[in-house]
Design a protein around this ligand. Structure first.
Ligand code: SAM
Length: 692
């Protein structure tokens, strides 16, 4: 058979296969789940059989390169319908229009919009796809097609949305992957309302095309679809007599007719482009729901599973939801995930769904490859899984870094492997310090570097920075500062474990408030260095509040900065365009009145890093930064459970800043508040309350 060859398709005579590593998904949010279902889920956390029976639609934040292979163990051969609308133009594929709502305090202030340019991760995805021009795009597309075919059920169909840019090359690839015999249709979507442009000395392009393949010709689900006729037609009524078709006539011998208002749809579909329709959600490449409705109705049954790995604004999943299909969708863009979540929430009676990512697993994978970390447990404990050793989870390793390997927890671990692991952990921390342009410090447990007079703590790849980490780093900060400045201080602070007076002071988690006054007085004189920057992939919900207070009362200035996901990307690292953004600060007021809790948002401060100046100046009230917020009234260390939310839409740009909840039972509760700003970044805060 004729074959399309591109640069990079073959290596050493073999076709280059896609990444095949299956990473576990992490659920970061559960939306619309009832309290009873949540209870069931919590009770069945260790019962996978029970979990498996409870289906949840899935909105996944991640690159299809990792997401598709990770779906494989559960869904290979199980997806009934796939629709994809892959990217092919960085401008409209990755930039988006963010909307700034009007200022509630000044009615004359108007709603404004601005275009957010692609983030580094999105540019990187673009480089991956288009870096070497058409060749790299075709390799990227080929790998996608191979994985999608594996996921498709025997009765499944795939619709691939393309246009003149790459569509004809893609057809050759799809023929190769799915088989020419499984090619069913080239569907032409003719946009009925495109404004012609006669300046270009060619015909205006007014169509896209969608290639339809079945997994296995003849087995696919298919239901004919119908178009409305502008002019109804009359069709003679017929019946069979002695095996022959004859006209049906009335008593007077006149032929009887049916009036047909519809015609059976062929492969040319006419749907208007989305210009000003209410379904527009501000995503430049959004496709019309009518188009997806036709596809889903033609090639799936209720309850079937539909996949779209280029979610965008979420059209495929939204229509699947409305038509009672199950769905999985993913996108690597943060704004896509945010837009889609709001869109799904706007569907009446939307069924519970989860928001997932590959979070720490993707990072562990990276750490292992980049720093040659031995797989957890493999050579450390001869086959035992390190994770299952009490007190010795991967995340804890860092905390143990400075501990005596002869300590109780570590005794069973062979020293050489442990040392190797610790060295790799150090290489990772040094690498992050380097990216942050900090000097590494290798002799301490919680302080890993210094930069411009500040100390640096680097969080582990697989655990959030916790309040405990922060307290420990502050203790170590004073230990270091004290040692340098004033040996007396170290002794008084109880930070020198060798000192007999200090034996009684527990180092980890010690409350610095209890340091004797004389020492506290000395502390004022000490710091040459003025604070600690905590660099973390994730932060525990309460750090910005609890830890910041603790730090302030111990006279340490702390900053919390996110290690951006771009760090995982070699090219972004090589280009040196890595930025560490500070966490946003959220102020919340709570009031309890018997069993009723009221909470109100009082302030929201976004650090200036990523915001264009013109946007900053057009925001005159802090609430304009907020696009969406949600509350989990009873967080129980599971995932954020979205039980109430308020968000802006094009039709209704106002947002509530207050909400209440009535509790049925007395007790102590943790309330989690998640705010998403107009750029799609989220900030979460935990509040402890007591219901009397
Ligand atoms: C053309 S848009 C899809 C629009 C969608 N059909 C709709 O109706 O809104 C393509 C989407 O693919 C996403 N994307 C690009 N590369 C990706 C990748 N490697 N993995 C996952 N999503 C990707 C982009 O972020 C973008 O949202």
């Amino acid at each position: 058979m004729t074959e399309l060859i591109w640069d990079g398709k073959y290596k050493d005579g073999k076709k280059q296969a896609p990444v095949q590593i299956a990473l576990p998904f992490q659920t970061i949010e559960t939306v619309n789940e009832s309290a009873a279902d949540r209870e069931k889920r919590l009770n069945s956390l260790f019962n996978t059989a029970q979990q498996a029976t409870q289906w949840r639609n899935r909105l996944i934040w991640g690159d299809k390169k990792y997401v598709l292979p990770s779906l494989m163990p559960e869904f290979a051969g199980k997806i009934n319908l796939i629709y994809i609308d892959p990217p092919f133009n960085v401008g409209s594929d990755f930039s988006f229009t963010a909307t700034i709502a009007e200022n509630p305090d000044t009615p004359q202030d108007e709603q404004a919009t601005f275009t957010k340019q692609p983030s580094i991760i999105e540019q990187k995805a673009y480089r991956d796809t288009w870096g070497k021009g058409l060749d790299s795009y075709l390799q990227w597309f080929y790998e996608t097609a191979v994985l999608l075919r594996e996921l498709l059920a025997d009765n499944g169909s795939i619709y691939v949305h393309l246009d003149w840019h790459v569509g004809h090359y893609a057809k050759a690839i799809l023929d190769e992957v799915f088989g020419y015999d499984n090619f069913m249709n080239e569907i032409v979507w003719y946009y009925t309302n495109k404004i012609p442009d006669t300046r270009k000395k060619k015909f205006t392009n007014s169509s896209d095309f969608i290639l339809l393949y079945s997994k296995s010709e003849g087995k696919q689900i298919f239901y004919p679809q119908f178009d409305k006729r502008e002019n109804p037609i009359k069709v003679s009524k017929m019946k069979k007599v002695d095996g022959k078709k004859v006209y049906i006539k009335d008593e007077e011998g006149k032929g009887l007719y049916d009036v047909r208002y519809e015609r059976t749809a062929d492969n040319v579909w006419q749907f208007a482009l989305l210009h000003a329709q209410p379904e527009i959600v501000g995503y430049p490449t959004q496709k019309p729901e009518a188009l997806l409705e036709r596809i889903i109705k033609a090639s799936s049954n209720e309850g079937d599973l539909v996949l779209d790995c280029f979610c965008g604004s979420g059209t495929t999943a939204a229509v699947s939801e409305k038509l009672n299909r199950r769905w999985i969708t993913c996108d690597l863009g943060r704004f896509s995930i945010h837009t889609a979540r709001k869109r799904f929430l706007g569907i009446a009676d939307v069924k519970p769904f989860v928001v997932q990512n590959l979070g720490k697993y993707e990072r562990q994978q990276w750490q292992q490859a980049e720093f040659n970390t031995p797989p957890a447990g493999a050579d450390l404990l001869a086959g035992a899984d390190l994770q299952s050793v009490p007190q010795f989870k991967n995340a804890d390793l860092t905390r143990h870094c400075g501990l005596d390997p002869a300590g109780a927890d570590l005794q069973s671990v062979p020293k050489t492997a442990l040392q190797k692991r610790l060295e790799q952990e150090k290489s990772y921390k040094n690498f992050i310090c380097d990216l942050y342009h900090a000097n590494s410090l290798n002799n301490y447990t919680y302080i890993h570097g210094t930069k411009a007079g500040r100390m640096i703590h680097v969080g582990s790849v697989d655990a959030p920075v916790t309040v405990e980490d922060i307290k420990n780093a502050i203790i170590e900060f004073w230990n270091i500062a004290g040692k340098k400045q004033n040996p007396n201080l170290t002794r008084h602070c109880g930070l020198d474990p060798q000192s007999p007076e200090n034996k009684a002071v527990p180092v980890a988690g010690a409350d610095l408030q209890s340091v004797p006054n004389t020492a506290a007085a000395n502390l004022h004189a000490v710091p040459q260095t003025n604070g600690i920057d905590f660099l973390g992939w994730d932060f525990a919900f309460d750090v910005n509040e609890t830890a910041a207070q603790f730090a302030a009362s111990n006279r340490v200035d702390v900053k919390f900065k996110k290690i951006p996901r771009e760090v995982l990307e070699k090219k972004a690292v090589e280009q040196g365009d890595i930025k560490f953004y500070e966490l946003a600060a959220l102020e919340i007021k709570t009031k309890t009145d018997k069993n009723k809790l009221s909470i109100s948002l009082e302030n929201f401060i976004i650090p200036p890093d990523d915001i264009p100046d013109e946007v900053r100046t057009s925001i005159t009230h802090w609430s304009q930064w907020i696009d969406y917020w949600a509350v989990d009234w009873n967080y129980r260390d599971d995932t954020f459970h979205n039980e109430w939310q308020s968000y802006r839409t094009k039709q209704n740009p106002k947002i509530e800043l207050k909400t209440t909840n009535t509790y049925e039972q007395k007790g102590a509760y943790t309330v989690l508040v998640k705010v998403i700003d107009i750029l799609g970044n989220d900030t979460t805060k935990a509040i402890q309350i007591n219901v009397e």
